[in-house]
Structures are given as structure tokens and as C-alpha cells.
Design a protein around this ligand. Sequence first.
Ligand code: FAD
Length: 485
Amino acid sequence: MASDKQDTFVVVGGGIAGVTCAEQIASQFASDEVYLLTASPLVKTVTNFKQVSKTLEEFDIEEKPSSVLEEKYPNLKVIQSAVKLLRAKEHLLQAENGRTIHYKKLCICSGAKPKLFTQDNPHVLGIRDTDSAQEFQKRLSKAKRIVVIGNGGIALELVHEVEGCEVIWAIKDKAMGNTFFDAGAAQFLIPSLEADKKERSLPCKRAHYTTDKTGAGHSGASGELGSALGPDWHAGIELRGTVQNSSGVHIEYKCEVDKIYTQQEFLQSKLNTKKSELGLWPAYVQLTNGKIYGCDFVVSATGVVPNTDPFLSGNNFELAGDHGLRVDDHMRTSEQDVYAAGDVCTAGWEPSALWQQMRLWTQARQMGWYAARCMAADVLEEPIEMDFCFELFSHITKFFNYKVVLLGKFNAQGLGLDHELLVRCTKGHEYVKVVLTGGRMVGAVLIGETDLEETFENLILNQMDLSRYGEELLNPNIDIEDYFD
Ligand code: FAD
């Protein structure tokens, strides 16, 4: 069993957070050894990074063999092996390949895994990495009807992209996409779900995600987790079922899954329903509103759980309510010299009034970068201030081929009744919503090519009193940029 000296930096995880962290540390401490341990054979690298405005950023992601990183940073060694044990008091990690590594500073960036509403059910699939997306594609190619559960970004993309297969979409809220949108925005987007697929397939201008074509499998040898996919995870994979003219998406609002039956269980059950009318399907889903649907399989897209398992046993990590490793404003966990970043961690500091954690690509990059700077500052005994990116939540993405920009408390998160909304909507073109509290802008949702993101970002950051402008703020005949220049 090999053992390394204790003056090394170690980062766990080859996703955005881990790679960004390892790169930053390796470039800052060029004469120190930096180890990146990852369960997946490919690593994610950020390319074409563009700072769109003060806080909005766009970049592309490429999956590459780890040798690319090692060539760029001679002091960075990538070990493709999952961590199976951490002994934080002794500052050592054990990898599945039998290797033991001592560290002086460790950053855990092991991501998250899909929160399946039921485990080990062959009829239920979660989507997370390239392997699971391919498995989904394979099963979809033989399917006539699927049931999708969940109301976040993955479910939204999925129901929009699937063709040639009927989709029953069960959501527990009264509007779709509630992680990102309110009911008004959902209403704006619904026609896109009903539109003809050909009309919808406009070029996508969102950050792109490419995969190295080495043919390497994406998960680790022992079925370990690969990195989480990101925007456009479905690009390049045909998501098509077997039905020529599928009847599209049917949404069941305000309900959850009560029970899933195999065909045999369903036929033998004493359910009070006309079974023959439901047809013969591999599985049957009973919803809490009482309805039962037969389907080929179920996709569970009900969020993620931080992937902390290999690190907890024998250690004293403080976990947050969502099971993430709680980190302070220096990305430090409760174990000495152990930091965490990305989907695996939960921000435990008092956040700015305009920021909230969401497990997204941009935040994984920002946290990985900031964690590296904090590790460096601690080693060098230098002070470090919270990075500006944590001042204002901001996210650019695409849903249903519309550009979507989310700023601050875009859904009035945590504001209770103490807020006012201004909305401007042109069907099929744009949806603009601003959230005001005490006359000051605290959040915005911009769907379509509104060109308002920079102006609104400034108005949110400078907290100018906008009371006297009232609804004029969204008057389409006023060039708002000139107004505030
Ligand atoms: P990950 O990318 O998950 O990386 C974790 C790494 O840790 C992997 O390399 C894994 O192999 C490794 N690992 C795990 N366990 C171990 C272990 N024991 N030992 C060693 N290594 C280990 N975000 C957006 O911003 N926009 C989107 O449109 C979007 N769409 C998404 C669509 C899908 C289908 C999914 C699943 C996620 C999506 N996300 C999106 C979220 C985004 O992908 C994640 O927030 C982000 O990738 C998290 O990065 P990370 O580095 O923290 O974790």
C-alpha cells in the first residue's frame, strides 16, 4: 500500500468543483504536489469562460481524459479511483485501488446523486451522468409512454425534449418548474410544450457541453458515480420513443406517486379500477390524486442528495438539513483541514440578502475556485474576503429554447408577503418579472431576449429606491438603460 507525504493538497471529485479547485491550487502552489482523486475516468474542464456582467457568467464544459490536466499542471496527479474511507483526524484517505494518501488540506467535491423516490426498483430511473442518460435513451427507444416525476430543471428539459413517446408528468406543485419559475412564467412556457417539435428545434445558444470521444466508460469501474451532467445533457442523444405521432405531454398537477406496481402486482391487486381499460404495461403508477397510469418506465427527477457516504464513517462532520457537508464562509467543514465545494456541500454561512445556494454548474465552479483560494489563504496565513459572486444569485440557462436569466430572489424566496411583483409578458416572445421590496429591486426572472440583465443586475446590486418609477419600470416603450444611466 503506497503512502504519500503529508504536505500534499488533495481534492476529491473530477466534476466542475473538484477540477476548478485542483487547477487553482496547482497553479498557485506550483512546487507542491496536488492530487485529484476521482471515481470517473474523464474529468470536466471549464472552457470559454465569459464574465457576462458583474455576476453573470457563461462557460462551456468539456469532458476530457485526466492526462490533459496533468500535462497542463506538472504538479497535479490525477488518480482514478474512488475514495472509500476518510480518517479526518489522521489526515488520510483510502482509495479503492488500495492507495493511502495523506493530506495537509483536503477539499471534498464528490457531487450529489439523484434522489430516487424509491430505491432498487427496476422500473424507476434517475438521470445524473452520461451513463444514466444513455440508459434512459436506450429504454426510451422502446417506450410508448413514460411517467416523469419531479418539477426541477431536469424534469423540465426532459419533458420538452422527448419525442415519439407519451409523457405523463406528475408534479407536486400547482405550476410547472417551480424551482425556477412562478405560475406566470410557467403559463408563458406551456405553449412551447404543446408546439410541434420541428418548430421548437431552434439552435441552442446556451453554454455547451462536450464529451471526449475516447470511448471510455463514464462511471468508475465499480459503478461509482460519474460527474453530474449539466445544460444540454440531452444534446447529441436522440430522445425518441416508438410512437409516430405521440400525443405529447400530459401534466398531472398537485400530486405525487403513491405506489408503483409491476404488471403482475397490478393484475393481482384488488384495486378498484377497470384494469383492462388501462391496457397492458410493464409498470403501473398510482398517483396521490387516485389516477393510475400504465407506462414503460418511470423517470424520477426529484432532486439530488449530496454524495457524502464515503466520508462520514468515523468522522465528525456537521451535516445540514439537506444532508450536505456544512461549510463556513471559508468553505471549511467541521473537520479540521477538510473543505468542501459544489453539490456535496451546503453553505452554512449567513448569506447575503440576495444570494441563495442552488446546486448548479455556475455555483460548483465558483465554490471550487473560492475553496482553493481559502485553502491557500489558510496555508499562507493570509486573510481572505468572501468572493463577490456570493453577493447576488445569478444564473443564465435555457428552458424550452428560451434564454432564461434568474437574478437574486427571483421567486421572492424568503420574502413572505413583504414584496411586490411587476410583470410584463408578450406571448411567445418574452416574460419579464421583477421582485421589489420596500421599493427596491431584489430579484428578476427574464425569459427571452430581453436584454435587461445588466441593467437589472445593477439596480439589484445598488439597491436604488425605485418607488417613484412604479410600473414605468417595465414600460416597453422606455429604454430603461438610458433611464438609469
Ligand atoms: P459532479 O459534477 O457531480 O462531480 C462529482 C465528482 O466526484 C465526479 O467526478 C465523481 O466521479 C466524483 N466522485 C463521487 N464520489 C467519489 C468518491 N467516493 N471518490 C472519488 N470521486 C468521487 N446545472 C446547471 O447549472 N444548469 C443545468 O442546466 C443543469 N442541468 C443538469 C442536468 C442534469 C441531468 C444533472 C444531473 C444536473 C444538472 N445541473 C445543471 C447541475 C450541475 O450539473 C451540478 O450542479 C454540477 O455539475 C455539480 O458539480 P460538482 O463538481 O459539485 O459535482
